[in-house]
Design a protein around this ligand. Structure first.
Ligand code: COA
Length: 260
């Protein structure tokens, strides 16, 4: 697939996906969701790729929301279909078997904030602003905001953000646990690269199973989640990397992981 609304690049085993509609503050239209799905699938299926950095083009925005011109003409039926279709993309990102970091370089509003929440981590530049302003438009969050935000920051803070429509700064997003880190604007991508490079030095199967344990476990009861974790813990003992990692510790040397 060739892309009109996003940029896709692979450099040093990292996939960089950049939403590229800067004149519309990278607002997400249906076509952009389709392209994102294709790009994330490519990244997930490429065994040479260690992780993904998702960001927005231009100086101002990560993503300023779903494209309001497209939303304004929806009917109840097509709006529901739009929400379900875009949710397929966000769920795909959430379930990626390699780490995905949102490099939040400006406004992350509405669908933009929701897109960051589908990523495994969020690194914010000092000028980033997060918010769920749908109530200003007579809408409610429709890309998982009412579900993922309370899971990330707690019910009270989520309800406050979703019902006031207030925008919050990078500092506030960090304080409430929405952003993992804050960086200077010019260090945003290198900070994300550093996180991915640390993860890439670990045992790849263990990283993949950890992502699966956390993601699937969040959707289970505690007892089910603990049992699921125990099963994956058992499974990891079938890997060469587990034998190498424990042996290297005992021999006081650096482990050499092979991803097997
Ligand atoms: N959908 C469609 N177009 C959007 C958009 C969106 N979510 N957000 C911004 N744009 C467009 C603007 O219409 C404008 O286009 P134009 O130049 O053709 O008029 C362009 O992007 C620049 O935006 P502008 O509003 O002029 O920038 P600003 O710096 O004055 O304000 C925001 C920035 C983010 C505060 C403002 O654009 C905004 O409130 N956007 C909508 C946020 C929102 O409600 N998102 C949730 C959608 S459900």
């Amino acid at each position: 697939m060739s892309y009109k609304n996003i940029l896709f690049e692979i450099k040093n085993k990292i996939v960089y996906i950049t939403i590229n509609r800067p004149d519309k503050l990278n607002a997400l239209n249906s076509e952009t969701f389709t392209e994102l799905h294709d790009a994330f699938t490519k990244a997930n299926e490429d065994i040479g790729v260690v992780g993904v950095i998702l960001t927005g083009s231009g100086e101002k925005a990560f993503v300023a929301g779903a494209d309001i011109t497209e939303l304004a003409v929806q009917t109840p039926v097509t709006a529901k279909e739009f929400a379900l279709r875009s949710e397929v993309v966000l769920c795909y990102i959430e379930r990626m078997s390699k780490p995905v970091i949102a490099a939040v370089n400006g406004f992350a509003l509405g669908g933009g904030c929701e897109l960051t929440m589908a990523c495994h981590m969020r690194v914010a530049s000092e000028n980033a602003k997060f918010g769920q302003p749908e109530v200003n438009l007579g809408l409610i969050a429709g890309n998982g905001g009412t579900q993922r935000l309370p899971r990330l920051v707690g019910k009270g803070r989520a309800i406050e953000l979703l019902c006031t429509g207030d925008m919050i700064s990078a500092e506030e997003a960090y304080r409430i646990g929405l952003a993992n880190k804050i960086t200077k604007k010019e260090e945003l991508i290198s900070t994300c690269e550093k996180i991915l490079s640390t993860i890439a030095s670990k045992a790849p199967v263990a990283v993949k199973l950890t992502l699966e344990a956390v993601q699937s476990g969040m959707e289970m009861t505690l007892a089910e989640g603990l049992n699921f974790e125990a099963n994956l813990f058992g499974l990891v003992f079938s890997t060469d990397d587990m034998k190498e990692g424990t042996k290297a510790f005992i021999e006081k040397r650096k482990a050499e992981f092979k991803g097997k």
